[in-house]
Design a protein around this ligand. Structure first.
Ligand SMILES: [Zn+2]
Length: 500
């Protein structure tokens, strides 16, 4: 490394050149180091598999050494039949740039003289991108960066263009996980489930084809309004209050048929009264009430959401007590309305409501009528037993959770596609859970990759099927199938397919 410094004060241009040179040297040095580490690790893996160092002769006594790598031709898995057979060179695209000429050891089977298929722990076959880039994609996508932005950054990092399709494949590795999320039985059934619909706009490709500035044919994108039906679970675990998003459903409307799909799924997963579910908290939105009635009948307490109720009262009182002159009155009215819900008992709450109504009846009759409407449904929580009441009646908590959900979901879907929406939502759900558990999204997203995508991998987790069975159904809309080559799994979901 030779960098020329002049004796005097550096000129601006000179300073910039030096910084650029240093940066480029650093990157080259990092790539060298990465190559060294990777090749050391793969050599060590070969040594462990073979049970002998490089140059050490094969044991002739014929003691078999069964390993999980096998000859691509005869299927032999006995490492005492394998010998080192030079290296092939490959490139590896990493967060430090593209590492060229990476030597990867090859093994030869002595029974048939064909190549052994070596599956290295740190290298994925046929994948040029290393896992740090996938981890980065999950992190960035969860932070709300667009796929195009992530592609741009990766292209600059690895030195040539990384396409949207590559990016999609990497991120969509999570779709099976998202699908699993909707169907796995509850380990612990929430005591309370809050239901809410969040309206978002999802961009999709339309019918109209336009040409972009590079004269490529592109479908015009159009926004479609969709509602995400969300189920938020609350329970106490080891004396600690816990909340988690337990399920969601992308729907076209809030009709009871749509809500019913989500509710039936919750029941199948175990969320019912006999397993400890005590209450449903909900707003009066669309057909939700009817769906709750159909699915849960009278088995659980049907609690109206206080947060939404008070929001409606606030909206009303803004129209009745308008302007700056009434600001203090509005504040007082809301303050007193909130206090009703902090009463010790249902009776006390009703007494407070009566007092409040008399006090405000003249100045804000509609606000009063709004709060009085179905009031009993908003104080159903007094029937709950042994549960952290705060979860149900703390308006500030519900408000915060609602705000976070809306912001995250809208941000994630504003540039997404219907196809990517499931994964985008899954990432947001994971990010919120990390936040609620005081865990950084950085740690959580990296762990998400390590625990679910790489080793146990979505594709690999299902690998040990009996050879006769070539597909596996996860749900009515989701199945794994082997490709003709058998080296990949194809995941098909709702009629779409993707190769893992
Ligand atoms: Zn062989």
């Amino acid at each position: 490394m030779s960098i020329q410094f002049s004796q005097g004060k550096l000129q601006e241009e000179e300073h910039q050149t030096i910084l650029q040179q240093v940066q480029s040297h650093m990157q080259k040095a990092a790539q060298e180091a990465v190559r060294g580490v990777v090749s050391e690790v793969v050599e060590a893996e070969v040594t462990a598999k073979l049970g002998r160092e490089k140059g050490q002769p094969r044991q002739a006594n014929g003691q078999a050494r069964e390993i999980n790598w096998k000859c691509g031709n005869c299927g032999c898995m006995d490492a005492s039949q394998f010998i080192r057979d030079g290296h092939y060179r490959r490139e590896l695209q990493t967060g430090w740039g593209t590492v060229e000429n990476l030597p990867v050891p090859m093994l030869e089977c002595q029974q048939c003289k064909h190549d052994v298929i070596c599956e290295y722990a740190i290298l994925e076959k046929y994948k040029r991108l290393w896992m740090d880039l996938t981890q980065d994609a999950l992190w960035s996508s969860g932070c709300g960066q667009s796929l195009r932005d992530i592609c741009d950054r990766w292209s600059a990092t690895v030195g040539h263009s990384v396409g949207l399709r590559t990016m999609n494949e990497r991120i969509n590795q999570l779709s099976a996980l998202a699908e699993q999320f909707h169907h796995q039985p509850f380990e612990q059934v929430p005591q309370v489930i809050q239901l809410d619909g969040i309206w978002v706009t999802i961009t999709t490709e339309g019918e109209v084809v336009l040409h972009d500035k590079h004269h490529r044919a592109r479908h015009q994108r159009q926004g479609k309004k969709r509602v995400i039906l969300v189920a938020l679970g609350f329970w106490t675990e080891n004396g600690q209050e816990k909340r988690e998003i337990v399920d969601w459903q992308i729907a076209e409307s809030e009709k009871h048929e749509e809500w019913e799909v989500l509710l039936r799924r919750l029941v199948v997963r175990g969320a019912k009264a006999s397993n400890g579910l005590q209450a449903i908290v909900r707003d009066v939105c669309g057909g939700l009430g009817r769906a709750v009635e159909l699915v849960y009948a009278q088995s659980v307490i049907d609690q109206r959401c206080i947060f939404h109720k008070l929001k409606n009262v606030r909206d009303k009182c803004r129209t009745e007590l308008t302007g700056d002159d009434h600001q203090e009155e509005r504040r007082q009215l809301m303050h007193e309305a909130k206090a009703i819900y902090q009463a010790e008992s249902a009776e006390q709450a009703k007494e407070r409501l009566a007092l409040w109504s008399t006090r405000w009846g003249e100045a804000a009759p509609e606000s009063v009528a709004t709060l009085q409407r179905d009031f009993d449904a908003t104080i159903a929580y007094y029937q709950l037993e042994g549960i952290a009441l705060q979860w149900v009646r703390s308006t500030s908590l519900l408000e915060r959770v609602n705000r976070q959900l809306r912001r995250k979901f809208r941000q994630a879907l504003s540039f997404g596609s219907l196809q990517g929406a499931e994964v985008a939502l899954y990432l947001q759900v994971q990010r919120l859970h990390a936040q609620w558990n005081d865990r950084s999204w950085w740690d959580a997203s990296h762990a998400l990759y390590l625990e679910h995508v790489c080793h146990v991998g979505i594709g690999r987790a299902f690998r040990p099927f009996p050879p006769s069975k070539r597909s596996m159904r996860l749900s009515p809309h989701c199945a794994f199938r082997t490709c003709p080559s058998d080296s990949f799994w194809t995941l098909s979901m709702q009629g779409r397919s993707l190769v893992l």
